[in-house]
Design a protein around this ligand. Structure first.
Ligand code: TPP
Length: 672
């Protein structure tokens, strides 16, 4: 029975349907977070039906407004909205909330459910993604919008809670967004004074509005989160503001309508219970015994309101047709960028490095490659967390991305590594851009939660991690990565590449640019490294196989030396020294485990023949994981402690990264 309770207006009915669907789905799953969807339902309803420019029939329309639910635990709010407004989600899907294979997983997952813009759950990430989306929108607008032709002109809305506001990444991202004056970024903050452990009185007593004002945000408070007019006015005021992003602090009640659980932490993360749900439905004026009830008229009403989104898309299509006629070159570039393709011939722009050029740090080679391809890949945009001169991440032919110049491709992230990584995800999710970001490898830890999400969401973000080992030298152990390579390699679907010289760096960038379904971390040296003469040695493009034979023996090798990055060069020295001792050593360059692991078994066996058991892996980092390639009879020369402050060469020597140590270790492995 789907009756409409007497005397209830359609807005209230729709809002209560969001609440009851959330309660019921969570109860059925016996798991989930009902409180936030119930408190936020009115604000979400107003935003989605009165403001959000979207077409549920085409969730991929480029100029749609973006909506991010940063508190992903409130996923039933999003699923209810997607269903009610007519996305590809059925009532049956809602009934399968949190079940194996369903379209309604515990937290919203990008690429899994149509209409979900990003994967959220780890608090603060969604907020930061929205900042990235707003930056992408402004950049593309600067590149493409022409008089009478606003090809890209949308808002990025984000809803978040106290948890998001407590996370550091949110502060970093909000600070940057305010600095950049991202006025098309609008945040609705669910200010309900409750998080998991209870009242926010025990942890979070700052004035969030004042904080955001100091970040250069407009702030508005909606005192009554159930007052649709007040919410409407606030969003209108946010839209009127053209210089600053807006924070709308919406005072709500967690689990609104529940007689025994409203305003209590009990409602945050557990089903309300069947009895309490009945009581709540009674209080809200809903039918207490009905489950998954969508009263008559609600679907028609909600879906009818999104009709204007479909019309907006049609209008956009007409504008784009005219844009194509008047600005054919720009229109072509737009289409290419949105498809993720590059200007033909981009690969030929990648420089050929030669051993005659003398030694060059792989970070410098990386900067040269970036600059060489930048013109052919206009979607490449990025920067560094205040280390651009060290990371070599500046595109010399472009300018800074600033509030008076959103067309610039050099983003100054400031010392905000975590926000940088979350913003890169948002930019990538937006579509149209290939974002990259740099810092020292040792600070990859500051970015890790966002890197993990990039990998989970299959976003092809490029990380430029320089100063890749203890060879950093004098700055000492705080700045010398040891466990970082191993730590990055543990992230599924992240491709880690540590090139050994400038030629492999060029190949690594080529590989990164061609990768469309995973983030890629480029691991680059601070110190200069010789350039391997590719006339004598195999082509560096073999890097695409993850590992290849760099230097071989005439007959079956006695030992295989496997290395990455700077350690390749001492392995080549060691090979020569071993030959003098009658030991035939093969040197395998293995810049990427992940790429190698994807190769067919026969290729892997050709590089690491199963019957050559004497193997020595050499990498100036934690040995963990190398055993899979060295086997029971091999060994690893690595570092299991923190580094030390001294000139880089001295540190390397003291940690055993010398040809002599490789020779001695090899002889020990061979039992000689
Ligand atoms: C980074 C991170 N830390 C911890 C959690 C676990 N967690 C999920 S929700 C939540 C509390 C959030 O409180 P609030 O944003 O106020 O949500 P509400 O209680 O209003 O639903 C926590 C700690 C998480 N999801 N992400």
């Amino acid at each position: 029975m789907n009756e409409r309770p007497a005397g209830t207006d359609i807005d209230t009915l729709s809002i209560n349907t969001i609440r009851t669907l959330s309660m019921d789905a969570i109860q059925k799953a016996n798991s989930g977070h009902p409180g936030a969807p119930m408190g936020l339902a009115p604000a979400a309803y107003v935003l989605w039906t009165r403001f959000l420019k979207h077409n549920p029939k085409n969730p991929a329309w480029y100029d749609r407004d973006r909506f991010v639910l940063s508190g992903g635990h409130a996923s039933m709010l999003l699923y209810s909205l997607l269903y009610l407004t007519g996305y590809d989600l059925t009532l049956d899907d809602i009934k399968k909330f949190r079940q194996w294979g369903s379209k309604t997983p515990g937290h919203p997952e990008f690429g899994h459910t149509r209409g979900v813009e990003t994967t959220t759950g780890p608090l603060g990430q969604g907020f930061t993604n929205a900042v990235g989306m707003a930056m992408a929108e402004r950049h593309l607008a600067a590149l493409f919008n022409c008089p009478g032709h606003d090809i890209i002109n949308h808002y990025s809305y984000v809803m978040c809670g106290d948890g998001d506001m407590m996370e550091g990444i949110t502060s970093e991202a909000a600070s940057l967004a305010g600095h950049l004056g991202l006025s098309k970024l609008i945040c609705l903050y669910d200010d309900n004074d409750i998080s998991i452990e209870g009242s926010t009185d025990i942890t979070f007593t700052e004035d969030v509005s004042v904080r955001f004002q100091s970040y250069n945000w407009q702030t508005i408070t909606v005192e009554d989160g159930n007052d649709l007019d007040e919410i409407t006015n606030a969003i209108n005021a946010a839209i009127q503001e053209t210089q600053k992003p807006t924070l709308i602090r919406v005072r709500t009640h967690i689990a609104y309508g529940s007689p025994n659980k409203q305003d209590s932490a009990d409602a945050h993360g557990a089903p309300l219970g069947e009895e309490e749900i009945k009581l709540t439905k009674e209080c809200l004026g809903c039918l207490p015994d009905e489950q998954f009830c969508v009263p008559d008229g609600v679907l028609d009403h909600c879906r009818g309101l999104t009709q204007k989104g479909a019309e907006a898309e049609e209008k956009w299509n007409a504008v784009f047709d005219s844009f194509k006629n008047q600005f054919p070159e720009l229109a072509k570039q737009w289409t290419e960028m949105m498809k993720g393709s590059y200007i033909e011939g981009w690969e030929s722009k990648i420089p050929d490095f030669s051993s005659n050029d003398g030694p060059i740090a792989t970070r410098s080679a990386s900067g040269a490659v970036l600059n060489a391809v930048a013109e052919s890949i206009p979607s490449l945009i990025g920067g560094s967390a205040d280390l651009a001169p060290s990371n070599k991440t500046i595109i010399n032919a472009s300018t800074d991305f600033q509030k008076n110049n959103y067309g610039g491709r050099n983003i100054r992230f400031g010392v905000r590594e975590h926000a940088m990584a979350g913003i890169l995800n948002g930019m990538s999710l937006h579509k149209g851009l290939r974002p990259f970001g740099g810092t020292f490898l040792v600070f990859a830890d500051y970015m890790r939660p966002s890197i993990r999400l990039a990998a989970l969401m299959k976003q092809p973000v490029i990380y430029v991690f320089t100063h890749d080992s203890v060879a950093v030298g004098e700055d000492g152990p705080t700045h010398q990565p040891v466990e970082h390579l191993a730590a990055l390699r543990t992230i599924p679907n992240l491709t880690v590449i540590r090139p050994c010289d400038a030629t492999e760096t060029a190949a690594a960038w080529r590989q990164a640019i061609k990768t469309t379904d995973s983030p890629v971390a480029l691991i680059l040296s601070r110190q200069k490294l010789p350039v391997i003469d590719r006339k004598q040695y195999p082509a560096a493009d073999l890097l695409a196989n993850g590992a290849y034979i760099l230097a071989d023996t005439d007959a079956k090798p006695d030992v295989i030396l496997i290395a990455t990055g700077s350690e390749i060069h001492i392995c080549l020295e060691a090979k020569a020294a071993l030959l003098d001792k009658g030991v035939a050593a093969r040197v395998v360059s293995m810049p990427s485990w992940e790429l190698f692991d994807k190769m067919p078994q026969n290729y892997k066996d050709s590089i690491l023949p199963p019957d050559v058991k004497a193997r020595v892996a050499v990498e100036a980092g934690l040995p963990m994981g190398w055993e899979q390639y060295t086997g029971d009879s091999g060994t690893v020369i690595g570092i299991s402690t923190f580094g030390a402050s001294a000139p880089g060469g001295t540190v390397l020597k003291n940690f055993g990264f010398t040809a002599e140590n490789i020779v001695n270790t090899t002889l020990a492995v061979l039992g000689r």
